[in-house]
Design a protein around this ligand. Structure first.
Ligand SMILES: Cc1cc2nc3c(=O)[nH]c(=O)nc-3n(C[C@H](O)[C@H](O)[C@H](O)COP(=O)(O)OP(=O)(O)OC[C@H]3O[C@@H](n4cnc5c(N)ncnc54)[C@H](O)[C@@H]3O)c2cc1C
Length: 323
């Protein structure tokens, strides 16, 4: 069984930042990533543009050069991939961590490919793997997707976009511009307040002119093969439909956190317990990094403000070692 000072679960931007910091401090580390490098970013919409400017997405002060000031998904993938390969970071890809337990003061980590031991574990598993389900009849039909990738697929189709956040608005606008007949189904009274300020007028104007249809204060109640049932303030309505993009957000893998002993707050936020000074969770020597720290508040942490977790954690680990 291979032994490490640190095992980092998750090879997203923050897991990679932790590995860089560990390497700088000559610690024996390994990233275990269940998909490809920066797997969540890889699964974002192909044309996605970050709301952050590129320097805010930099890790370890390595320059991130992008064509526009706000980079695109492809540029971010290139940036994080080059960091991993150029720095020869120790990473195992397409290997999923399935169990974690403590024995004789060390962690035992079981994956789809083997077992490891480590003195410290950093959980940087993000929130993009588990979509928030609507829990309605028909949601399991193949025409319903909780991830949006490429507008080309939806050309000349009747597409319903559920949600009013950045992802939903981007998908609605892109599909409309590729010739889809787009209907937005929005639970609240307006387009989300966090929608990128330069995108908001575009969607509001498309809705106002009728190019994109929008039902506000409306719930999707049922998905059928060729139609949807929606509940509007005026009552139930049946509309024709080919595809549903249910972009209603994502949540961290709380079952995994519970299984490894991390305590979650009792309220609906399900905030994992950790010390803000060190990022150490209630499980000694188990640290949390990146967006997972926000529990259900998935907007609280992002790359910009969580990249500092890497240095905080590695400093805390070294301080403990020297204590
Ligand atoms: C559409 C969209 C746009 C965004 N735009 C911005 C922006 O402009 N600026 C910004 O700062 N942030 C932005 N964010 C947020 C940011 O992309 C994420 O916060 C970022 O990916 C978080 O990095 P992370 O390393 O914490 O998590 P992730 O990037 O999600 O990485 C977690 C990794 O863990 C892996 N993993 C999960 N479970 C396991 C397991 N059991 N075993 C092994 N590996 C596992 C996953 O495959 C994944 O690669 C955006 C998010 C979305 C969804």
């Amino acid at each position: 069984m291979k032994a490490f000072d640190i095992i980092i679960i998750g090879g997203g931007p923050i897991g990679i930042a932790c590995a860089l910091e560990a390497k700088k401090k000559n610690l024996n580390y390994l990233i275990i990533e269940k998909g490809c490098i920066a797997n969540s970013l890889f699964n974002y919409p192909v044309n996605m543009q970050f709301f952050s400017t590129s320097e805010k997405l930099e890790i370890d002060n390595i320059p991130f050069i992008s064509k526009e000031n706000k980079p695109r998904r492809a540029e971010a993938l290139e940036y994080y991939r080059r960091i991993v390969t150029s720095n020869d970071l120790n990473i195992h890809l397409f290997e999923k961590v399935e169990s974690l337990s403590k024995a004789d003061g060390s962690f035992r980590i079981g994956t789809t490919k083997g077992d490891y031991t480590a003195e410290n574990v950093i959980v940087a598993t993000g929130f993009y793997d588990i979509p928030n389900k609507i829990n309605i009849p028909g949601e399991e039909l193949p025409k319903v997707s909780h991830y949006y990738k490429d507008p080309h697929y939806y050309a000349s189709q009747k597409v319903a976009v559920v949600g009013a956040s950045n992802s939903a608005v981007d998908a609605a606008l892109e599909c409309y511009r590729k010739g889809a007949e787009v209907t937005m189904i929005v639970r609240g009274p307006e387009i989300g307040r966090r929608v990128k300020y330069w995108v908001r007028p575009d969607i509001e104007n498309r809705i106002a002119e009728g190019s994109v249809k929008a039902y506000f204060n409306t719930q999707l109640s049922e998905v059928r093969e060729n139609e949807l049932v929606i509940t509007t303030p005026e009552g139930k309505k049946v509309i024709e439909n080919d595809y549903v993009l249910a972009l209603t957000g994502y949540e961290p893998n709380f079952n995994f956190l519970r299984k490894i002993g991390v305590q979650l707050s009792d309220d609906e936020k399900l905030l994992p317990q950790y010390d803000e000074e060190t990022m150490e969770s209630n499980v000694p020597n188990l640290y949390l990094a990146g967006v997972i720290c926000g529990g259900m508040e998935t907007h609280k942490w992002f790359i910009e403000n969580s990249r500092i977790h890497a240095k905080i954690i590695i400093d805390a680990i070294l301080q403990k070692e020297h204590a």
